[in-house]
Design a protein around this ligand. Structure first.
Ligand SMILES: C[S@@+](CC[C@H](N)C(=O)[O-])C[C@H]1O[C@@H](n2cnc3c(N)ncnc32)[C@H](O)[C@@H]1O
Length: 213
């Protein structure tokens, strides 16, 4: 899949301002509520290790640091990571691409929580499942959970309806989630999955290793 890293490097300078001013893409509607729900669903306790994938300028990571967690922020954009580090001195920044076959040694540990916001819509369902299997098999602590916020709908029909409504604003290159197909795909891969719609176009998935797997 083609993802333009330079787009994110260029966006880093005014990412936070574009969110505050409401000039970010319409899909960011309810952004703060979506991040807040991600934190609620993560059910963290102080001292937990948290990995934030595609941490950007660190807005989600900041919530977990405030909750007393030790947080690693991974991103492939040097400029995004520089902004995050500027804001969050205790964040462990990790420069890496989610699509790489191997990730840096600093990530070789088991995380109590793996979280991510507004990143995975670049990946199709099969690739999302591949990543989830990799995370749950190698990087997630037992009893851990993966919590993913992104552009998503309750089911495929709602997603189709939204596509018609958005018209030209709907990106055919991106893979917005539908909870019904995601829950079924997770089940087939030995993963439990729940979904909570938060805004008209975004929600939060909780993924855990299903009992017996
Ligand atoms: C829309 S921003 C979201 C940032 C942050 N999670 C938030 O909620 O504000 C997407 C972030 O994911 C990063 N990203 C996109 N594709 C990536 C990949 N393949 N590997 C690592 N980071 C990626 C981008 O650099 C960017 O910082």
């Amino acid at each position: 899949m083609k993802i333009d890293k330079e787009l994110f490097n260029n966006w880093a300078a005014n990412y936070d301002q574009s969110l505050a001013a409401g000039t970010a893409p319409i899909s960011f509607e309810g952004y703060e509520d979506v991040l807040a729900e991600t934190v609620v669903q993560a059910k963290v306790a102080p001292g937990m290790n948290v990995l934030d994938l595609g941490t950007g300028t660190g807005n989600l990571a900041a919530h977990f640091i405030a909750a007393g967690c030790d947080v690693w922020g991974m991103d492939f954009s040097e400029n995004m990571l520089a902004k995050a580090q500027e804001k969050l001195s205790s964040l462990h920044t990790v420069l890496a691409d989610l699509r790489d076959e191997t990730w840096p040694q600093s990530l070789t540990r088991h995380f109590d929580r793996i979280v991510s916001a507004y990143v995975w819509h670049d990946f199709d369902l099969a690739y999302k499942m591949r990543l989830l299997k990799r995370l749950s098999g190698q990087y997630l602590a037992s009893q851990g959970r993966v919590v993913i916020a992104d552009i998503a709908y309750s089911d495929q029909a709602a997603r189709t309806q939204a596509g018609a409504y958005w018209g030209r604003l709907w990106s055919k290159a991106e893979h917005y989630w539908a909870a019904d197909e995601t829950i079924a795909a997770c089940k087939a891969n030995g993963l439990g999955c729940t979904y909570q719609q938060v805004s008209s176009c975004a929600g939060v998935f909780v993924i855990e290793i299903a009992p017996g797997n």
